[in-house]
Design a protein around this ligand. Sequence first.
Ligand code: CDP
Ligand code: CDP
Length: 240
Amino acid sequence: MPKLTIAIDGPAGSGKSSLARRVAQILGYLYLDSGAMYRALALKALRGGVALDNAAALQELARNTHIELKPPTPEQEAAGYKNRVFLDAAEVTHEIRTEEVARAASQLATIAEVRHVLVAEQQRAGAGGGVVMEGRDIGTVVFPRAELKIFLDASAEVRAERRWKEHQEKGDRLTLEEVLEEVRQRDKRDRERKVSPLVRAADAVLVDNTAMDVEETARLVVMLAREREKELVKAVGREA
Ligand code: CDP
Ligand code: CDP
């Protein structure tokens, strides 16, 4: 069977990471979380006191930063982490999952020069196919020719509640209202930015999982992937 490139985009808390990781597991594909790269760079900028609107300094920082994504350990997986993230060889898997880092990530993600560097890395990482990559601009910018594109959505209230539950489990004392406000602001920034805004690609399948669990959603996407694989085999057969 041909190896597809699967792009999953959507707003915060829509379930992209959970879905992408599960689909990759079922299909034996590589799972890549592009948001983790923006978060890791944001963490470095926060730690180094780099202003989040200083395009030149952030581009320089992006060029001089090494970010690596690896599968989680069984303990990390049980705690809800979908991958291990290394920033310049130091593990930051837990540190990048705060609302402060998410907000900073969405601020530096508005800068074209920063996106340029990270998009090139994402394209290199997924170049071989057999990959499920998730983010905001995967189907529109990173892999516009992906064979399967999913735009994942859910109501803002349900997305905030999912995020809030994760914070509760980690002992972060944020109220549901605070998390909803963070999610709303971040979505607005992601949808309204000039460069690579969060938008559904014309050829993306819209999946609303407000009332669906991860497993159901993964089964649906795997079914769509199998159909695409068959179509590709047929198309190759016709060409031969
Ligand atoms: O990556 P993204 O921010 O889009 O979402 P996620 O990290 O995959 O999911 C956020 C939380 O929602 C996780 O704890 C998931 O287990 C949960 N979730 C859910 O309860 N039902 C879904 N259909 C999808 C995700
Ligand atoms: O997990 P969640 O959906 O909350 O966020 P994330 O996927 O970890 O992404 C964090 C932030 O990085 C987003 O709010 C976007 O501003 C930015 N991002 C982006 O601009 N493009 C991507 N491909 C992925 C993330």
